[in-house]
Design a protein around this ligand. Sequence first.
Ligand code: 13P
Length: 264
Amino acid sequence: MTTGADRRPFIAGNWKMNLDHLQAIALVQKLAWTLKDAAYDPKGVEVAVFPPFTDLRSVQTLIDADRFDLAFGAQDLSPKDSGAYTGDISGAFLKALDCSYVLVGHSERRQGHGETDEVVNAKVLAAVRHGLVPVICVGETEAELEQHGTSAVPVAQTKAALAGVAAGTPVVVAYEPVWAIGTGKVATPETAQEVGAAIRAAIAEALTEEDAAATRILYGGSVKSGNIAGFLRQPDVDGALVGGASLDPTEFAGIARFPKHVGV
Ligand code: 13P
């Protein structure tokens, strides 16, 4: 039986629509060097970056050539595998670029691109079909929080995203309250724990208890090196999905070094 102690903490940097491929190379190099200087232990924490599509080949080549201990993934994928879908990117292409992960259902896709729970579920299934681990993003708006309370929307979104996913399939779930993204407003560690525990219970229902125990659940929304430790002390928070602060390699490396602050 997997326990919390077996879940390797995961610090993920979502660059959103920032940094072209040349800037991406500079950032990944600086991040790798900063982590090395800080005696980063990849066995203790997994660090991943999520650059724009156009940067992925450069990031792959750099990480591969210099053997950096960094994982990477894309920010979105098509629910389809190939064909007449102008502008879409297949999970097959991401897998061919050695992506390990792909973000699915980020609130900026749900809100700005009308992605429904059904679309998010189709994308999760596409990721799994292509051997990518989906990082399923869930979270409520301020209005939804007032209307439905703390965990209802993230739990419903998690269950919908996992429909048709087979037991034993590795996934990551990121709880990102929409009101905390890019606003400087942070959920309390206690709220992140409450929602993390509710999401874990939802995974147990949708998949199995073993899957729930093995799944890493992240918090996202205005995470910085100064507030990461409080979240990672929570038993049902296994890492962070970081936006703005992931564009600063020193700050992002500071977040990845959280075990030092937490004392684990
Ligand atoms: P910020 O860290 O900038 O609030 O963004 C969070 C986020 O949306 C990560 O996916």
